[in-house]
Design a protein around this ligand. Sequence first.
Ligand code: ARG
Length: 489
Amino acid sequence: MRRDKNKSWGGRFAEGPKEAVAAYTQSQSYDRVLAEHDIRASKAHAGMLGDVGVLTPEETRKIREGLDRVLAEIREKNFVWKPELEDVHMNVEARLTELIGDVGKKLHTGRSRNDQVGLTFRLYVADQLVLWRQYAVTLCDVLLQRASRHIDDILPGCTHLQPAQPVSLAQHLLAYAWMLRRDVQRLDDALKRVRVSPLGAAALAGATYPLKPQNVAQEVGFAEIFGNSLDAVSDRDFVLESLFCASTIMMHLSRLCEEIILWANPAFNFVQLPDSYSTGSSIMPQKKNPDVAELMRGKTGRVYGALTAMFTVMKALPLAYNRDMQEDKEAFLDADNTVKASLQIMAGMLDALTFRVDRMREACAAGFLNATELADYLTNKGVPFRDAHHSTGQAVSVAENQGKRLEDLSLRELQAIDARIGEDVYAALDYATAVNRRETPGGTGPQSVARQLEQLGQWIAAGDASGVATQEATPEDSGDNRRMEPVVD
Ligand code: ARG
């Protein structure tokens, strides 16, 4: 009987699994990005084993230093990944034992890969959510910057994609800033549940050693520990919640993309896309395609896909750990990649595009966007709103039949519809006035918009209100994580 010594569970198996099965079940080709977090978790575990006397101080020191050496090898790209060792956890542990000898085998005391992968992945996910948060705040800031210069520029606000009432461009942009603020708040809330340590649950039932899971949590910077060992090793709510946050962010970005795409269409011509964010057509020389916005809208689908995939993976799993759950890595990593890139690219694109405020203003004049103003004008003269609405409808139809705008109708024509209309109606029909008069809370009036800018600006300046530690991030952070070497067996 041949035993496969490379496998920690090799004792029960007469033969190692065939190559294809090994390739099918392995995760080291993609979960190696978790190495830093796995080592952080393992160092905390070793420290705790030392605290409770399961390891001697000397053993603890050797293991923790050994783990640092493994980490250095990984960072310096000297680490040799072994596909036959299945995942990041076994690769790291095997190398530790190679480096420090048999004492390395003591690291796994009172621990299982089930609670190990739980803590490792939670640490990783938490760090990425903090980056999403940061990129979302940056995008919010870009929206604020752009909005602050367009408080007095107006465009047709739509419902049903039909011109409805004029709004300020700032108001339109700030709508997205408010969405992103909620996205950030959602991330902060999700982080509270991500940052719970499951280590100490062991395989599923807890352990016979006098473990102190709280010590581990403290060392890795998590405030809470699990309450039930079975739940601890089988919970992937934290992945689902993160993917939900990702999906909502992408949904918001996708709506903004849709508007950019529409606005870039010559029929609107509200924005001019920078060349770096658009492409030409190989056959139609006049075209400038909003490919970046289109792709971002398209990539939203894969993030929803990750969420759906994980809901489906989890829905019928019995307690506790099941290997199905390994699927959480690729789902999350792919969504993570998409969200980070999208948030950063959207910030760049918004910063670089040109708003055609002249075109926006012209468009306001075309669609009877001041019809509500006439109705409100009549209401203020004591006409019940329903009647005012009816008279305004008549005025629109008179103007439409003559190919005119409401403000082009003579006072006599207007008075024929309602005798209470006076000369002052023309001031009321002014498009900018229509915007300026809407000073209800959150409305499109300039003071309301200025208040929004202030509120959002203060929120950004306050930084992290949630108590979640933020970390410095560069675009490379996300890039590096994903630049994975292909597996060569
Ligand atoms: N690579 C595995 C995962 O991501 C680690 C846990 C494996 N545990 C086990 N009992 N096979 O889920």
